[in-house]
Design a protein around this ligand. Structure first.
Ligand code: GTP
Ligand code: MN
Ligand code: MN
Ligand code: MN
Ligand code: MN
Ligand code: MN
Length: 204
């Protein structure tokens, strides 16, 4: 589902500056035992953020060669955008979940962006620490306007995930989200198909 053209970490690293600019973002999630209205199982908490441009995306950002590695750059961005809760976070090459080259966005004239996504499962307490620390992040109120939990449920009236999918997303963030929901089975296949068809149908 939507993962055509996904590059591995090694393949993506062959796309070199100055032509290519690398951005690394992270999908952080944790299991969740809560129920909405005491009835609808939530199953997972998954974080995205509202950005300065009004769009939704994942925490992370542009990785500089001076960062030393993709993962070091990602961790720097996560500390800037998530704050103290991300201090103890570790992200390694094994969490790389694919890279998307050549999205239309041009950070600088003539440059093309390759967007890496890392996926990391956390303990519920770790994720809660990140949420609690987010307002103390250096970029809080600047690049980042707030963390949001993604609704993974679809209610009878089609609200929940289908409505969320009609928000505006930055770059390929929506495809990254859908791929991850599918591949990690955070939303069962039939439910995801249903959410997608409802998202296509309902007016904005
Ligand atoms: P600056 O310090 O202002 O450069 O921001 P940043 O380093 O945090 O970069 P940002 O997170 O904005 O990501 C860089 C570019 O990647 C953006 O201009 C978007 O086009 C794109 N982008 C941002 N977030 C996402 C995301 O979650 N997924 C994808 N695929 N692309 C994203
Ligand atoms: Mn209420
Ligand atoms: Mn940033
Ligand atoms: Mn960013
Ligand atoms: Mn940056
Ligand atoms: Mn910045």
């Amino acid at each position: 589902m939507g993962d055509r053209g996904l590059l591995s970490r090694a393949e993506a690293l062959r796309l070199e500056p100055p032509t290519w600019c690398h951005a690394c973002h992270a999908l952080l999630y944790a299991p969740c035992s809560g129920r909405l209205f005491g009835r609808v199982p939530l199953r997972f908490v998954l974080l995205m953020q509202l950005r300065f441009d009004g769009r939704l995306g994942f925490p992370g950002g542009i990785v500089d060669l001076r960062d030393g590695s993709l993962e070091a750059g990602l961790l720097r961005e996560l500390r800037e955008e998530l704050g103290p809760g991300a201090t103890g976070l570790e992200v390694g090459p094994e969490e790389h979940a694919g890279a998307r080259p050549g999205s239309s966005h041009e950070p600088r004239p003539g440059q093309r962006l390759v967007a890496h996504l890392y996926v990391k499962q956390l303990q519920p307490e770790q994720l809660r620490d990140i949420e609690e620390g987010a307002a103390r992040a250096p970029e809080h109120g600047l690049e980042v306007l707030g963390l949001v939990r993604v609704p993974l449920h679809t209610l009878r009236d089609g609200s929940g995930l289908p409505e969320f999918l009609q928000q505006r997303f930055v770059g390929s963030a929506r495809d990254q989200l859908l791929d991850a929901l599918h591949r990690l089975n955070l939303v069962p296949g039939h439910e995801l198909e249903r959410a997608l068809s409802l998202a296509r149908r309902s007016p904005n």
